[in-house]
Design a protein around this ligand. Structure first.
Ligand SMILES: Nc1nc2c(c(=O)[nH]1)N[C@H]1C(S)=C(S)[C@@H](COP(=O)(O)O)O[C@H]1N2
Ligand SMILES: [Mo]
Length: 579
């Protein structure tokens, strides 16, 4: 006999609803506690962070490819949906036995708390949001159940949960009042007060397996179902959940550093960038501008809550294989000679033709100068930098020290570094993908060795070192569009940071390669616009392909490679129709 036939079936919707609302109360109160303790310790965020941390290369790549810049909202929504389903399940389970649902909520509290404390920057207090949330969920579940089924057996505090522990209760067969198992409980779902047990029939008992645990305790009274109390309780629960969530957000907002950011007065650069040469930007509509505005700049990081780092308390420690460990403050950094540099950042997850690349003018102190002050010991080959939220990045020492504009950057395109791009301080190293160079919210640099330390993405399937590969992209015409027959500009960008782009070629329908005209560039560290303006599009479908050659003379390979483990290769191609 299926065990489910011995339990109530009525009001499943009500039970699921109660579970859902109890779950919402748990999350709302959890959020409130997180607002007091640490927004990153909120149950959903903590679990999301744990999920992100367990993301291997292939999954990260897939998420970025599938959801693009929305990967974070999608992850959070996914977690919320899963939690909602589980909460409904717990509501249904509570009908069977409140203890099961309580245990379920407790288990979720433990999972959330564990996720929160084990974050790299997690503290003991971070257990609170999940613990308090789970307790609030249990409390809400019990109250809602009691309101909805006022007659339910108090020993279990549960609605329709009338099963006694098997050992203590008489068996079904022995108990003539065993009315609430099997089919009979369907009745309970429809009537408000379910009679006094007179409806029990031997048929019901007979359909039950012999020796099943008894269903009844002392009372033959089926629980009354109070729809109105249910609905008012649900409304109250929703209000508590919503108020908790909003209050938590507001409280968390006190940590927001936008005011501190607004108060920063940027010093003048000791070494200003040369003015951009004329002709860096063809200014074609649809072509990526040479300088990417901050608001359009791609963002990639593992942080579900943007770290809020107060420049007044920020410090950067440099230690490890150094002669003199040092610690610098934001004020110290601003007093150093600052240089300006135009550098294009690229994410290793950028697939052929994608948008995880952007160019900005950065202002910062030379990382090499700071490291020289600390004195790098011989044998060190890696800088293991850590962000305020515990993300780590491994950068080759020789690259940072070779004279290129490797910076501890404080400004981006003439603006104090935006919070989502690393305020107050981030690294920028021309020529290396972001995951091995561009630590945002950087607070610690350990001078070490690749054979002794591992950065965040390395055990997750990405290469320990990540020099940027030569790539080119067609921006115009956009793939999949229809263009007018006749003269059409083909244009895009190409990059090979710190080597520089020497040539770009384009071919249409596998015809001969044509040399693209290259825009001016300030140096080898930025991308370069290119254009072919003499293409006469004939009616019909056309495939346009592009390939770039860097200043070392290497032409990018046609062979496609996915982003993992060390950056995509292959020619970008677009298909258009001329009409
Ligand atoms: N603290 C921190 N810094 C980080 C990352 C991160 O996850 N956490 N991601 C890196 C990666 S993979 C890239 S591509 C660049 C992106 O910088 P942006 O978001 O300013 O464009 O930041 C790097 N710095
Ligand atoms: Mo990246």
């Amino acid at each position: 006999m299926n065990v489910f036939q011995t339990r109530p079936r009525g009001h499943a919707w009500a039970a699921a609803l109660i579970g859902l609302v109890a779950g919402a109360v748990a999350l709302g109160i959890g959020q409130l506690a997180a607002g007091l303790v640490d927004p990153k310790a909120s149950p959903v965020i903590a679990v999301g962070d744990a999920a992100v941390d367990r993301t291997p290369a292939a999954l990260k790549e897939w998420a970025i490819r599938t959801f693009g810049a929305n990967d974070k909202p999608v992850l959070i929504s996914g977690i919320v949906v899963v939690l909602a389903l589980i909460a409904m399940g717990l509501g249904l389970l509570a009908r069977r036995r409140m203890g099961y649902a309580t245990a379920g909520l407790f288990a979720f509290g433990v999972i959330g708390a564990a996720a929160a404390v084990t974050r790299p920057d997690g503290g003991v207090l971070d257990v609170l949001p999940s613990a308090v949330g789970a307790a609030a969920g249990v409390w809400a579940l019990r109250i809602l159940a009691r309101r909805t089924w006022p007659g339910a057996e108090p020993g279990y505090g549960s609605y329709g949960d009338l099963r006694a522990p098997s050992a203590a209760a008489p068996s079904r067969e022995e108990d003539p009042q065993d009315l609430y198992g099997g089919e009979d409980l369907r009745g309970a779902s429809t009537g408000d007060a379910h009679g006094d047990g007179a409806s029990g029939t031997s048929g019901v008992a007979g359909r039950e397996a012999a020796g099943r645990p008894a269903v009844m305790r002392a009372t033959a009274e089926a629980p009354a179902f109070d729809r109105r109390a249910l609905l008012s309780g649900v409304a109250a629960g929703v209000v508590v959940a919503g108020a908790g969530g909003l209050a938590g957000r507001a409280l968390g907002g006190r940590l927001d550093v936008s005011t501190e950011r607004a108060q920063v007065a940027l010093p003048r650069p000791a070494v200003p960038a040369k003015p951009l040469p004329a002709g860096v930007d063809f200014r074609l509509k649809g072509l990526s501008p040479f300088s990417t505005p901050n608001r359009d700049f791609y963002r990639v990081d593992t942080a579900l809550v943007v770290p809020q780092v107060d420049p007044k308390t920020w410090t950067l420690k440099i230690h490890g294989m150094v002669d003199r460990p040092i610690e610098i403050t934001y004020a110290d950094l601003l007093k150093r000679p600052l240089i300006e540099a135009d550098v294009t950042l690229t994410c290793v997850s950028n697939d052929v033709g994608d948008n995880y690349v952007g160019n900005a003018r950065w202002l910062g102190a030379r990382l090499a100068d700071v490291l020289r002050e600390a004195g790098i010991r011989s044998g060190a080959d890696m800088l293991l930098s850590t962000s305020s939220d515990g993300w780590t990045c491994g950068t080759p020492v020789d690259i940072v020290m070779d004279g290129r504009d490797a910076l501890l950057a404080i400004a981006m395109n003439g603006e104090v570094l935006p919070v989502s791009h690393g305020f107050p301080v981030r690294q920028v190293v021309p020529g290396l993908y972001g995951y091995v160079s561009a630590t945002k919210w950087v607070t610690d640099i350990k001078v070490t060795r690749y054979d002794q330390d591992e950065a965040y993405w390395t055990p997750r399937g990405w290469a320990a070192k990540g020099p940027i590969k030569t790539e080119s992209r067609i921006d115009l015409p956009r793939g999949g569009t229809t263009i007018p027959v006749g003269r059409t500009a083909i244009a895009g960008v190409a990059w090979a940071q710190h080597r520089g782009i020497d040539a770009v070629e384009v071919r249409v329908d596998k015809g001969p390669w044509r040399q693209a005209r290259l825009a001016a560039v300030p140096g080898p560290d930025t991308w370069r616009q290119w254009v072919v303006d003499d293409w006469d599009a004939t009616p019909g479908e056309h495939t346009i392909e592009v390939r770039a050659t860097d200043a070392t003379g290497r032409t990018q390979t046609s062979e496609y490679a996915p982003p993992a483990p060390d950056g995509a290769t292959g020619w970008h191609s677009v298909l258009v129709v001329a009409k």
